[in-house]
Design a protein around this ligand. Structure first.
Ligand code: TXA
Ligand code: MG
Length: 411
């Protein structure tokens, strides 16, 4: 086994932390164990994957926490590192549509032509990988994706392996769009982080599953539903598919202790049965502090809550919240897009949530309500639905109503 000591050198760590000093937060009582990989060292990253190590790499959506998808122990280490329940399946990343490690239905090439490389994950039956049981969380079907990112593709090509990778964040935390975000979640673990720039799209891939003549969207991401509909509608091979999308907000049934116990015991074969639409938990993409969506709709107002604007961080869209909420002079503030550009808002969403939780004294995040308050300027933008979904989950569905300097819980 090769030992790449330079990845862990004090100098390298120091220059990484200095480079991202505004974004990094570490507990001084914890030791740093992760390694930093530079862009001219992707051959090392590929070797590490072969050695069964965890490598965090950039994609156009978010950073992934990668491991060799043929190595069961390496895959288990992903679950352990993330504290993620084994019932939540992993996406496998490849660089060649002719080698996707799953069964290959006739229509696959047409999908590949339209959406790959890109933020499109397709869930297909797999009989080709011995690790299918754990990758697929017992469902027998694996999500496959070819990412549209130079570094990711080069890594996949150099490694010439299928690479299993969930988003590189701790379970339920905000997905990472920068190497610094990955560092904050995993610095005390043996994870190797490729230091590349910010992810282009800012939110995850869209996950679909073909079932007969239906195409089920299991998770909305940076490929919009309308784009999929439009493109498959124009394809003779795919136009028979009907798109099905249903927002599912499931509560996490297992407690953090349960998950940890399960992972410590790590008995893959005896784990709890898998979910039908895994990963659609309500609490997802969440900041470490309480988050609320600010509604101006009066339909279901509950009790008034004390909420100090000085201890709040506002994440706005355009300047909607700034224009409506009084006394924001001492409130930390960011707009996802000053110009009502939904794509820009998508790009900035996770980054802003990560920024918000680092603000000193911040007790809560107040988020613009894309659901009921959507400005006429973006009403028809196809990306709004995805942003709305992520915001709803990051606030765990909690809404508050604002009127005359007072906040009320919505029921
Ligand atoms: O953009 C992305 O998709 C990123 C980058 C790294 O590729 N990956 C990512 O993975 O977001 P993850 O594990 O954080 O979210 C993938 C979700 C799962 O939670 C699950 O809902 C769904 O995709 N999924 C994956 N494999 C599945 C399968 N076999 N069956 C059903 N759903 C699956
Ligand atoms: Mg994730």
């Amino acid at each position: 086994m090769e030992n790449f000591a330079q990845l862990y050198s004090k100098e390298r760590l120091h220059s990484f932390i200095t480079k991202y000093q505004d974004l990094i937060q570490v507990d001084p009582h914890k030791e740093i164990h992760c390694g930093i990989i530079h862009l001219d060292e992707l051959h090392i990253a590929a070797q590490l994957l072969h050695q069964g190590e965890l490598v965090a790499f950039p994609t156009e959506t978010v950073y992934g926490l990668g491991a060799n998808a043929k190595n069961a122990q390496a895959i288990l280490n992903i679950f352990k590192a993330k504290k993620r329940p084994l019932s939540d399946p992993l996406i496998v990343h490849v660089h060649d549509k002719n080698n996707i490690y799953t069964d290959k239905p006739d229509f696959l090439d047409s999908f590949a032509e339209l959406f790959w490389p890109g933020p499109f994950t397709i869930v297909l039956k797999s009989t080709q990988l011995e690790t299918t049981e754990i990758l697929s969380a017992g469902t027998g079907s694996i999500g496959i994706r070819i990412p549209n990112h130079k570094v990711a593709l080069e890594l996949l090509e150099k490694a010439n392996l299928p690479v299993a990778a969930p988003s590189a964040n701790l379970f339920t935390h905000i997905s990472p769009t920068s190497a610094a975000h990955v560092f904050n979640d995993f610095y005390d673990q043996r994870v190797h982080i490729i230091d590349a720039g910010r992810s282009d799209n800012g939110i995850e891939s869209t996950v679909i599953k073909p079932l007969g003549n239906e195409l089920h969207i299991l998770r909305l991401g940076s490929l919009a539903k309308e784009t999929i509909m439009k493109k498959i509608g124009q394809s003779d091979q795919l136009k028979h598919f009907a798109i099905k999308y249903e927002n599912k907000y499931m509560q996490i049934e297992e407690s953090e202790e349960d998950i940890e116990k399960e992972l410590v015991e790590l008995n893959v074969l005896e784990r709890k049965s898998s979910m039908e639409a895994p990963g659609q938990f309500l609490k997802h993409y969440s900041a470490r502090i309480n988050s609320f969506i600010v509604s101006f709709q009066q339909n279901s107002i509950g009790q008034q809550i004390d909420l100090d604007l000085k201890e709040s961080v506002i994440i706005d869209f355009g300047s909607e919240l700034r224009n409506r909420i009084a006394n924001l002079d001492e409130t930390k503030y960011k707009s996802l897009s000053e110009n009502y550009d939904a794509k820009e808002a998508m790009f900035n969403l996770y980054d802003s949530l990560r920024w918000a939780e680092l603000q000193q004294g911040a007790k809560q995040i107040l988020l613009y309500d894309f659901d009921t308050q959507i400005n006429h300027k973006v009403q028809n933008d196809e990306n709004v639905l995805s942003i709305q979904d992520k915001i709803y989950r990051s606030a765990s569905g909690q809404k508050i109503y604002y009127k005359n300097n007072k906040f009320y819980l919505c029921q």
